[in-house]
Design a protein around this ligand. Structure first.
Ligand code: ADP
Ligand code: MG
Length: 509
C-alpha cells in the first residue's frame, strides 16, 4: 500500500470512529430522553393516584361540604343553590313546549310534545349548533340576539311542518348551565361565568329577562316559563322516566350535580321554605375543593393561566373542557425535557388546541400501530414521525388523566348519595326497606347522567363505573343505577315549563 493508500485508510477509520461516536452519543441521548419521559410519566401516575382510600376521603369531603353549603350562605365552596323547583314532573304534563339549552360548547333548541297520563314523550325535535367562539366573550345583547334568532328560525320551521302551537304565547323552558341565583323557578341572576364564557355586563343581570327582551326584539312570541340549570332539567327527565331518580350529574364541557333535598335540611333559608317539603338543590359542584384531591403541577399551571384561577377546581380535573389541555401540558413538558418528540412543536404551545374528543380518540385507538395517535400528533400538535413507543406513552398519559377524572367523578356521586342518605342514616334514599334489610336489599337508587364526556368517551364511563363498584362494594353498587338521559337537560326544561305552566294555571283559578 502506498502513502496515499495509508492516508486514505486512516481517514476512513477516523470517519468511522466519528460516526460511531456520534451514533453512540445520539443513542445515549435518546436513552436519557426516554428515561426522562418515563420518569415524568411515573411522577404523573403518582400525582394522579386515586386508590380507593383516597376516593373515600373525597366522598366524605363532598358530603361534609354539602352540609356546610346548606348551613350558611358562603359556608362552603359548594354554593348549594336554591332552584325553587319543589316538585318534579309527574307525567301528567300535556301540550307543546319549547326548550333552549345553552351549555358550554353547543346550544340546542327543542320542541317537545307531551301527551299527559304518564305517556311517553310523544315526540321531540332537536337542533344542535355550536356557540360561535366570539359570542362567548361579546355582549349580552349579541349573545341573546343570536340565540333568539336561531330559536325563531326553529319555531318557524317546526310550525310549518307540524301543527302550530295552540297557545297564543308559546312556553319555553330555558336551560342555562352557569351559576345562577334564582329568585323563582323562572327568574334568576347570573353569579359568574364558567367554561370559558366571559361577558362581564351580564353578571348580576336577570337571565330570563335578557332572553325575554331578545325574543321581543326579534319578534318571537314566547314566554320563559322555567329557568333551569342543566342538572335540574336532567333530573326532571330522569324522574319523569323513573321515580327512583334522586339526583343528576352532568359530564360535558363542565360538570355539575343536583338532587332533591328535604326543605328542613336547607338550614340557610329555613323561614323561606317552611311550608314546602322539598326542593331541588343545584350544587354547583364544579367548584368543589378538598385537600384530598390529587393535584399535580399541571393542574396548578392550568388553573393559574385560566380566566378563573382558584375557581371550579373539581371541574378543572374532571370535565371535557379541561382534560385535553391537561394532556397537552404533560406532553409539552415531556417534549421540553427530552427529545423523544423531536424539537418542541409550536402546536404544543397553544392552549386548548388538544380537545378532549381527540384524547378520547387517541386513548381508544385500537389500530396495531396507533395510527390515530400518529395522525392527531401530526395534524393537531404538528409533531410528525413519532415512533411507536412514544405513541404508546401518549396513550398512557391520556389514560392516567382520564382515569383520575372518572374516579373522582365517581367519588363525587357517592358523596352526594351519602349526604342524602344512601348510607341509610336518613334522607330521601333511605327507605324503610333499606333500613330493615341487608345491604343487598337496599333501595334502588337512580342517578340521571347527561353530557358529551360521559356518553361519548367509553373509557371515562368504564372507569367511573368501576370506581363506583370499588367505593360502594359490588352488592351495594348493584342498587345504584346510572341512567343516561339523552338531551335530558333540554327535554327536562320543557317538562318543567309544562309543570310550571300547569301549576300557574291552577294557582290562577
Ligand atoms: P355542553 O356541555 O355544551 O352542554 P355536551 O354535553 O354535548 O355539551 O358536551 C360537550 C363536551 O363533551 C365537549 O366539550 C367535549 O369535552 C366532550 N366530548 C364530546 N365528544 C366527546 C368524545 N367523543 N370524547 C370525549 N369527550 C367528548
Ligand atoms: Mg349540556
Amino acid at each position: 500500500m502506498g502513502k496515499v493508500g495509508v492516508a486514505l485508510a486512516a481517514a476512513c477509520a477516523a470517519a468511522a470512529c466519528v460516526t460511531a461516536a456520534v451514533m453512540v452519543r445520539r443513542r445515549m441521548r435518546r436513552r436519557r430522553g426516554w428515561r426522562k419521559v418515563v420518569t415524568l410519566l411515573e411522577e404523573l401516575e403518582e400525582g394522579c393516584a386515586t386508590p380507593v382510600g383516597r376516593l373515600r376521603q373525597v366522598v366524605d369531603a363532598m358530603a361534609v361540604e354539602m352540609h356546610a353549603g346548606l348551613a350558611s350562605e358562603g359556608g362552603s365552596k359548594l354554593k348549594m343553590l336554591l332552584t325553587y323547583v319543589h316538585n318534579l314532573p309527574t307525567g301528567t304534563e300535556k301540550g307543546i313546549y319549547y326548550a333552549l339549552d345553552l351549555g358550554g360548547t353547543n346550544f340546542r333548541v327543542l320542541r317537545v310534545k307531551l301527551g299527559g297520563q304518564r305517556s311517553t314523550i310523544i315526540e321531540h325535535n332537536v337542533e344542535r349548533q355550536p356557540i360561535p367562539q366570539h359570542l362567548m366573550t361579546s355582549t349580552t345583547e349579541e349573545l341573546f340576539d343570536f340565540i333568539a334568532t336561531k330559536l325563531k328560525d326553529f319555531v318557524e320551521r317546526e310550525e310549518n311542518v307540524s301543527e302550530p302551537s295552540v297557545e297564543e304565547t308559546r312556553e319555553l323552558g330555558f336551560t342555562f348551565s352557569f351559576p345562577v341565583k334564582q329568585n323563582s323557578s323562572s327568574t334568576g341572576t347570573l353569579l359568574k361565568w364558567t367554561k370559558g364564557f366571559s361577558i362581564q355586563d351580564m353578571v348580576g343581570r336577570d337571565v330570563s329577562q335578557c332572553l325575554q327582551e331578545a325574543m321581543s326584539r326579534n319578534g318571537l312570541n314566547m314566554r320563559v316559563a322555567a329557568l333551569v340549570n342543566d342538572t335540574v332539567g336532567t333530573l326532571a327527565l330522569g324522574h319523569y322516566h323513573d321515580q327512583d331518580t334522586v339526583a343528576s350529574v352532568i359530564f360535558g364541557t363542565g360538570t355539575n350535580a343536583c338532587y332533591l333535598e328535604r326543605a328542613d335540611a336547607i338550614i340557610k333559608c329555613q323561614g323561606l321554605l317552611s311550608t314546602s317539603g322539598a326542593m331541588v338543590v343545584n350544587m354547583e359542584w364544579g367548584n368543589f375543593w378538598s385537600s384530598h384531591l390529587p393535584r399535580t403541577s399541571y393542574d396548578v399551571d392550568l388553573d393559574c393561566e385560566s380566566p378563573n384561577p382558584n375557581d371550579q377546581g373539581f371541574e378543572k380535573m374532571i370535565s371535557g373542557m379541561y382534560l385535553g389541555d391537561i394532556v397537552r401540558r404533560v406532553v409539552l413538558r415531556m417534549s421540553q425535557e427530552s427529545d423523544v418528540f423531536g424539537p418542541v412543536s409550536s402546536g404544543l404551545l397553544v392552549p386548548f388546541i388538544l380537545r378532549t374528543p381527540m384524547i378520547a380518540a387517541m386513548h381508544e385507538d385500537d389500530s396495531p400501530n396507533l395510527m390515530e395517535v400518529a395522525r392527531i400528533l401530526r395534524d393537531t400538535l404538528q409533531i410528525p414521525d413519532v415512533p411507536l413507543n412514544v405513541r404508546k406513552l401518549v396513550v398512557k398519559v391520556c389514560d392516567v388523566v382520564t382515569r383520575r377524572a372518572a374516579r373522582l367523578a365517581a367519588a363525587g356521586i357517592v358523596g352526594l348519595l351519602k349526604k342524602i342518605g344512601w348510607d341509610r342514616n336518613g334522607g330521601t334514599a333511605s327507605s324503610s326497606k333499606a333500613k330493615g334489610g341487608s345491604q343487598s336489599k337496599m333501595r334502588r337508587t337512580v342517578v340521571a347522567v347527561e353530557g358529551g364526556l360521559y356518553t361519548n368517551y367509553t373509557m371515562f364511563r368504564e372507569y367511573l363505573n368501576e370506581a363506583m363498584g370499588e367505593i360502594l362494594g359490588e352488592d351495594v353498587a348493584e342498587n345504584v343505577l346510572i341512567r343516561v338521559m339523552d338531551d335530558g337537560s333540554g327535554i327536562g326544561a320543557a317538562l318543567l315549563a309544562a309543570s310550571h305552566s300547569a301549576s300557574l294555571a291552577i294557582d290562577s283559578i
